[in-house]
Design a protein. Structure first.
Length: 367
C-alpha cells in the first residue's frame, strides 16, 4: 500500500485538464501540490468530443487571455487530425460552412502529456484513489487515509465531491452519448441541430482513420424519446465499425457565481467553465486552471487572497462567457423550435449571426 505525505500546500481532486493545469502552475510558483484521481490512467475513459481550437484560432476567440502558446503546448502525438472548416447542419441537411482551425485530440495521450508537464514542475499524483469526504483542511480517502492541505481544489467535474458538499448552485446539464467509429470521413467538423438533438446538438468530428460521433440533448425537450434511442438513430447515418461507446453530462449554464469559499476552490467543469453556446470545456478548463494555479502559489508564498482567482477569470474570460450565455439564449429559442423554423433560420442573412453566437461574440455586433 502506498503512503503519501500528509501535509500539502494544495490538494487537487481530479487530474484531467483542469486539475493537471492547476498543478502545473501552482507547482511552478513554488507550492507543494498533490493531485488525487480515481482512475489508473488519467485520460481514460474518453468522455467528450475531443475538438479544440488551434492556438491562432483561440487567440482570436479569446483575445484577453495572455500567453496562449505557453498554456497550450499540444504535442503532435496528441493530435489525431486537424481541420480548417466547420459545418452547421439544419434538419433538412442544409449546411452553413465556416472557416475554423481546429485540432482533434487523442484525448488519452493529451491528458497524459498534461500530467507529465505538471510532474515536471514538481507536482505529485496519487491515482486509483477515491475521495470519501472533505473535513475542513483534510481530504479523507475511501481507504481511510487522511491528507491535509492549506487549499483544496475541486476539479472532478459536475459531480465533484467538493462542489457537492459546499456549493448548492444548480446547473443545466446536457446528457451526452457518443461513439468512436472506424472509417473514412470528410475533413470537416459538422454540428447538427433541430429535432435530431432537441435543446442541444449532435456532431461528427473526424479523426485519423475514423470519427468521434455524438449527441447532446436536454431531456426535457425530447418528449418520450430516450437519449439512447435518439443516439442510435443518429449513429445510423454513418458507416463504419463502432470501436468505443461513451457518455456523460456537460454543465451548460456557464460559470458559477463563486469559484472560492474559504480555502476551497472549483475549476473546470465543476465551476461551470463550459461555454454554453458551443460546449467547449477543455480549453476553458485549462485557462481557469492556470489562473487558479498561479493564485494558489501567490496565496501560499505571499498571502494573495484566493478570491483573486475570480477577478482574473473575469478579466480574461468574462466577456467570452457573457456573450456565450447570450448566444445560447438566442440559439436556444431557435434550436428548440420546430424543424421547419430551424430550416428557415439557416440562410445567408442569418449565417454570420449564427456564427457570432457559436463563437461567443455579440450576436448583433453591439452588445
Amino acid at each position: 500500500m502506498r503512503t503519501m505525505e500528509s501535509d500539502w500546500d494544495a490538494v487537487i481532486i481530479g487530474g484531467g485538464p483542469a486539475g493537471s493545469t492547476v498543478a502545473r502552475y501552482a507547482s511552478e510558483g513554488g507550492a507543494k501540490v498533490l493531485v488525487i484521481d480515481r482512475r489508473k490512467y488519467i485520460g481514460t475513459p474518453l468522455q467528450c468530443g475531443e475538438l479544440v481550437p488551434s492556438n491562432p484560432q483561440l487567440k482570436e476567440l479569446c483575445p484577453d487571455v495572455p500567453d496562449i502558446d505557453d498554456l497550450f503546448r499540444t504535442p503532435d502525438e496528441a493530435i489525431s487530425r486537424r481541420t480548417r472548416t466547420m459545418g452547421l447542419v439544419s434538419p433538412s441537411g442544409k449546411k452553413l460552412i465556416y472557416p475554423f482551425e481546429g485540432q482533434i485530440l487523442n484525448r488519452p495521450v493529451h491528458d497524459q502529456k498534461l500530467v507529465e508537464m505538471a510532474k515536471a514542475k514538481g507536482a505529485e499524483f496519487l491515482t486509483e484513489s477515491r475521495v470519501n469526504e472533505i473535513d475542513e483542511h483534510d481530504v479523507i480517502l475511501k481507504s481511510g487515509e487522511r491528507i491535509s492541505a492549506r487549499v483544496i481544489v475541486g476539479c472532478g467535474g459536475p459531480h465533484d465531491p467538493l462542489r457537492k458538499k459546499f456549493w448548492n448552485e444548480k446547473s443545466l446539464n446536457i446528457a451526452v452519448n457518443f461513439i468512436l467509429m472506424d472509417g473514412e470521413f470528410e475533413d470537416r467538423v459538422d454540428l447538427y441541430f433541430g429535432s435530431t438533438a432537441p435543446g442541444g446538438y449532435a456532431w461528427m468530428i473526424p479523426k485519423r482513420g475514423g470519427a468521434n460521433i455524438g449527441i447532446g440533448i436536454q431531456t426535457r425537450f425530447s418528449g418520450r424519446r430516450s437519449l439512447n434511442s435518439m443516439a442510435e438513430d443518429f449513429f445510423r447515418n454513418f458507416k463504419g465499425n463502432i470501436t468505443y461507446k461513451g457518455g456523460g453530462v456537460l454543465p451548460m449554464s456557464g460559470s458559477i457565481r463563486n469559484f472560492t469559499k474559504r480555502h476551497y476552490m472549483l475549476v473546470g467543469d465543476s465551476a461551470g467553465m463550459v461555454l454554453p453556446s458551443n460546449g467547449a470545456g477543455i480549453t476553458t478548463a485549462m485557462i481557469g486552471g492556470r489562473i487558479a494555479g498561479q493564485v494558489i502559489a501567490e496565496h501560499i508564498m505571499d498571502g494573495t487572497p484566493l478570491d483573486e482567482y475570480r477577478s482574473r477569470w473575469n478579466e480574461q474570460m468574462g466577456k467570452v462567457m457573457k456573450y456565450s450565455k447570450r448566444g445560447i439564449f438566442w440559439g436556444g429559442i431557435m434550436f428548440r423550435s420546430p424543424d421547419w423554423m430551424v430550416n428557415a433560420g439557416f440562410n445567408t442573412l442569418t449565417k454570420p449571426l449564427i456564427w457570432r453566437a457559436i463563437t461567443c461574440r455579440p450576436v448583433f455586433g453591439l452588445f
